[in-house]
Ligand binder design. Sequence first.
Ligand code: ADE
Length: 235
Amino acid sequence: MRLGIISALAEEQEGLIDAMQGAVTLTHGMRDYTTGKLWNIDTVAVLSRIGKVAGAMTAATLVEKFGVTHIVFTGVAGSADFAVRVGDVVVAEALVQHDMDASPLFPRFEVPLTGLTRLPTDLDLSRQLAAAARRYLDEEQSRPQLHRGTIGSGDQFINDSVRIAALKDALPDLLAVEMEGAAVAQVCFELNIPFAVIRTISDNANEEAATDFMHFVKTVASRYAFGILREFCAT
Ligand code: ADE
C-alpha cells in the first residue's frame, strides 16, 4: 500500500509532515508532495488547495506521478443536517458534486456519461477510517459524534441558510458540504483507486459559517486530523 493523504489547507494537515520518517519533498504543478513513512505506512502527503479542480489535479498527480494505491482526504466541512454538529466527524459513504447540473441533457447532479450521481467511497478503507475515528473521538472530552453518509462538494463556500436548506431539500441524505471530495472521488473512480473522505464539521453552512470556519480550522481541525490518522496508520 502507498497512501496518498490530501488536505485542502495547511491547518488540516498540521503535524503530519513532522511525524513522517525520511520525509522528502518534491514540488510539482505548484504543490509540495512529501513522501515518507507515517507510522510505518508508505505515504505521500499533499495540500490540494481549495476547490474541485485543485482536488482533481492533486488526486490524479498522486496516482500517475507518485504511484499511490489508496487515497484519504482529510479536512473540514459545513454541516447539512441538524444532527451533525460542529466538532462531529463525517466519514463519507458517497460523494455528490452538488453544483453539477447538465440538465436537461442529464439529470441534475449526475456526472455526465458516468451514469453516477453518488460516487461511492471504498468500503474497507472507509470502515478502517471510521474505526480509527471512533477510537480517537471516544477519548475526547466533548464526545463528538461520528456519522457516515453522503457528502456534497461544490465550488462554493456555503454561508447561507436558505442555500444549504435548498441543497438538503434536493439531496435529503446530505450530511455535510465541502469543496473537493467529490472531485477526488471522480478521479479515483475513473482510475480505480480505493479512497475515503473524513471531514470534521467546522460550521453550519449558514451566515456564521465564515467566522466559525476560521476559528475552527485554527483550533480543532489539525488536532483531530492528526489524531485520527495516527490511529488509522498505527493499527
Ligand atoms: N468547508 C467547511 N465549511 C464549508 C462550507 N460552509 N461550505 C463549503 N465548504 C466548507
